[in-house]
Structures are given as C-alpha cells and as structure tokens.
Design a protein around this ligand. Sequence first.
Ligand SMILES: CC(=O)[C@@H](O)[C@H](O)COP(=O)(O)O
Ligand SMILES: NCC(=O)COP(=O)(O)O
Length: 244
Amino acid sequence: MKDILLGVNVDHIATLRQARGTRYPDPAHAASVAEHAGADGITIHLREDRRHIQDRDVYVMAQTIQTRMNLEIAVTDEMIDIALEVKPAYVCLVPEKREELTTEGGLDVVSNVERITSAVGQLAKAGIKVSLFIDADNAQIDAAKQTGAPYVEIHTGAYADAETDAEQQIELERIRQGVQYADKQGIIVNAGHGLHYHNVKPIAQMPEIYELNIGHAIIARASVDGLEKAIRDMKRLMIEARQA
Ligand SMILES: CC(=O)[C@@H](O)[C@H](O)COP(=O)(O)O
Ligand SMILES: NCC(=O)COP(=O)(O)O
C-alpha cells in the first residue's frame, strides 16, 4: 500500500513569536528541524491579517526549505502575486475570515468557479501545483475538478471538533466518501485541519489519501516533548495506520 506523507504546518511556531514580537522562535528554523525529523513537506499559511506567518517567513523559507513548501493563501490578488513571486512547489487556496479563530470551513468553489479557475490557471502557468481546501462535498469536488486544480485537501475540522463518538463517526464517513469520490475523479487527495495524535489514524488509514497537513497538534506536543519527537511520533502513527 502507498505510504502516506506528512506536511508539517509551522504556523504556530510563528504564533509564539508574534505573542511577544521577538525574533524567536523562527519558523524557518523549525521547518529545518521538522525536515530532519522526517517531514515530507512544510506548510505555512500566510494569512491576510499576518497573525502568525509573516511575509519575511515565506521569502526566507523559499530559500531554506529542502523538501517542498505548501503555501496556504486566500484567493486574493495580493496573495496570488506573492505566490507568483515566491513560486512554492504547492499552493493551497483556503477560505479566510478575519474574525475566525482558525479556518472554519472549506473553500466555496461552487460559488466561485470562475475566480478560482483563473487563480489556478495563473499559478499553474508559473509551475505551481494547486490544491483547493474544501469540505468533503461532492458538489465542491466536482467544482474543484472543473477548475483544473490537480489536488484537493479535504477539511477534517468537523471530524476533529465532533463532540460525540456518534458525530465523529458520521463526519469520518462523510470524509471517507468525499476522499473516495475525489480519488475517482482523478484528483490527488490530501487532508488536514484539527488532526492530532488521538484522531489521526482513522484518516491516515484511507488508502486514497496522499498527504496529511498537520500543525497545531504537532507544535503543541513539541512544546513538551520537542519538535523532533513530536514529528517522529506522528509519522509513526500514520504509518501504523496505513499498515493496519
Ligand atoms: C487551512 C488550515 O487548515 C490551516 O492552515 C489552519 O488554518 C492553520 O492555521 P490557523 O490555525 O491560523 O487557522
Ligand atoms: N491545512 C491544514 C494545516 O495546514 C494544519 O492545520 P492544523 O493541524 O494546524 O489544524
């Protein structure tokens, strides 16, 4: 069975730095440690409000990342211009609301097909592989296919936030269905948001999933166990799940 890859999101290393306006900790350094610990890629979310990752981080990591950068951005001219300048290996187009604590839902591709198709085309022309961060919804998956984006990232937030086992099972089956449907459309399927050490296995077990992007839980565990161990532990859980 295919291995499943881990993209480590280092946004919340930057959250700690922004809390005091210091120069430490540096997400670029954390990205290097993460790669040495086995991360298959580095994800960073340059938010419009710059609450964590700063423009400087993007330009520095474009020079220092040894694996590949997955740059998450909103579908705005400002962010697309930055992506076209930096030319990361991957761009993941995500929804953003200024008042949100964290990403709440998936991108509404159905209602914005033209705009997103144009963005996908601009980025693809620059050699960037584009992913769309969407809910496990067949209409959104069909619309993603229509835009020409080669990847989707299925939003696992509702699964992660489920308050009961029954609700979590419903969300897990919703994700499973969406992952299988997207795979059948010939789309490469990633997943992420809210995954942690106690909920990752059922998602990692899905054979159609190419990569998981995980950040908050890894950085939180790293604050106690260290980043290298936090990443090795997460990768081990993902591999165990895939081999089960
Ligand atoms: C799109 C996504 O799921 C991640 O980028 C997540 O948004 C992490 O960043 P925040 O914690 O700032 O939402
Ligand atoms: N796209 C998901 C991501 O990059 C990390 O999300 P989280 O693990 O910080 O919730």
